[in-house]
Design a protein around this ligand. Structure first.
Ligand code: ITT
Length: 204
C-alpha cells in the first residue's frame, strides 16, 4: 500500500518504514514536489499531526499520515511537550540569549539537561508521546503511542535521533535509547505503538 508520510524528519521516516514493513511504500512530501515548510501551530500533538496531514492531503489528494511527537518531563511540569522540536530556541528567546535554530538536536539536548539541573531533586521521569493522524479517502483517523522512561544525567549513544541519547526507557533501564538497536526501540516506542495500531486498522 502506498502512503504519503507528511514529514521532513529522516529519523522518523526510517523508523516508520521499518515499523510498517514491506507491505507499505512510504512517499514523502519532497518526493511529490511539496517543498514548503509544513506548519505546526496547534496547542496539542493531536492538532499538530492533523494540521500536517491535512496540509499534505490538500496538496496531493493521496492517502497520507503525519506524526507529531512530544517529550514530557515530570520535573519540568510536562515541558518541552508540544514545543519539543523548538525547545532550545524558545528557552533562548525566554532568557534573552542568542537565537538558536529550531530542530537543533544538540542544542535541544543541552537545554533539556540544563533546565533539569536548575531544579535539583525534580523528577526526571519522562515520556515520549506520539499522535498520528491518518487521512484515508478524505476521512481522518487518529492513533497514539507512549514510551515511559526517564531523562539520563548525560548523553550516551549514537543510535536513533533527537532526544534518544538522553532518554532511558523503562524496559532497558541501564542504557539510553540511542544505545539500543533501532529494531528494539521500535518494538517499545511511542511511534512503534501508534504506527502498529494504524497498520492493524489498515489491514482490516
Ligand atoms: P516533522 O517534519 O514530522 O514535523 P519534526 O522533527 O518537526 O518532524 P515533531 O514536530 O514531531 O517532528 O518534533 C518532535 C521533536 O522531538 C523532533 O524534532 C525530535 O527532536 C524529537 N523526537 C521525535 N521523535 C523522537 C524519537 O523517537 N526519539 C527522540 N526524539 C524524538
Amino acid at each position: 500500500m502506498k502512503l504519503v508520510f507528511a514529514t521532513s524528519n529522516k529519523g522518523k521516516l526510517r523508523e516508520a518504514q521499518e515499523i510498517l514493513g514491506e507491505g507499505f511504500e512510504l512517499l514523502t512530501p519532497t518526493d511529490l514536489g511539496i517543498d514548503s515548510d509544513i506548519p505546526e501551530t496547534g496547542d496539542t500533538l493531536a492538532e499538530n499531526s492533523a494540521q500536517k496531514a491535512r496540509f499534505v492531503y490538500e496538496r496531493c489528494g493521496l492517502d497520507c499520515f503525519a506524526d507529531d511527537t512530544g517529550l514530557e518531563v515530570d520535573g519540568l511540569n510536562g515541558a518541552p511537550g508540544v514545543h519539543t522540536a523548538r525547545y532550545a530556541s524558545e528557552v533562548a528567546e525566554r532568557d534573552g540569549l542568542a537565537p538558536v535554530a529550531s530542530h537543533d538536536f544538540a542544542a535541544n539536548i543541552r537545554t533539556l539537561l540544563r533546565e533539569i539541573s536548575l531544579h535539583p531533586g525534580a523528577s526526571r521521569k519522562a515520556r515520549f508521546r506520539t499522535s498520528v493522524t491518518l487521512i484515508l479517502s478524505g476521512k481522518e483517523y487518529s492513533f497514539d503511542g507512549t514510551m515511559e522512561g526517564r531523562i539520563a544525567d548525560s548523553e550516551a549513544g549514537c543510535g536513533g535521533f533527537g532526544y534518544d541519547p538522553v532518554f532511558i526507557a523503562d524496559e532497558y533501564p541501564d542504557r539510553t535509547v540511542a544505545e539500543i538497536p533501532e529494531e528494539t526501540k521500535n518494538s517499545i516506542s511511542h511511534r512503534g505503538k501508534a504506527l502498529r495500531a494504524m497498520a492493524e486498522f489498515l489491514k482490516k
